[in-house]
Design a protein around this ligand. Sequence first.
Ligand code: MLT
Length: 216
Amino acid sequence: MSTSGVEAFTHRFIPPPTAGALTLLLLHGTGGDENDLLQVGRALDDQAALLSPRGKVSEQGANRWFRRLAEGVFDTDDLLARTDQLATFITDAVEHYRLDASRLVAVGFSNGANIAATLLFRHPHLLRGAVLFAPMVTLDDPPRADLSGVGVFLAAGRADRIAPAEQAERLAEQFIECGASVELRWHPGGHRIDPHILAQAAAWLGKLRAFSGESV
Ligand code: MLT
């Protein structure tokens, strides 16, 4: 079986009902798969195309996007290599599914948010924006990417013990230093996608969509 091009990642693709829509790149958390965030994607934008790959790293059977040495301690070499692999897949998928490359928005939860954040720093021209649920800092000193014109919505839980509050704050600062337009929202809970924050993220995405020229 070929492992190049769009076949490089097991994935689901749901085409948009109308032309000119955003494409949401859905990146699941540890132990998830390509089906996990489809409902979240729909809740965020019912007109978007959904591109939902599965992480290729197995941690005792749990799918992930990159290896870690311990909880919250990342294998940086693997993270960088896997980020580049995912970037290649995205470029191939844009061509294969004839997507508008200027309207790609990553939506990641936890480990998926972490690779999305790394994608933004390493491949700053690939994404129009990102919605990051329960993200962490993955690179202490990320490349000084030019993220002007890129929108990032971060959602963090005050009681999140896996991704503590200061992680989201530091990550937001890293994005701001690169010129991104950043919105950081809090909920009182733990490591999860909070339904109220999901609604706020949908409203934020609506503004990003209007700003990227789609008729709404
Ligand atoms: C990670 O490994 O990316 C974070 O610790 C979150 C997780 O997947 O548990």
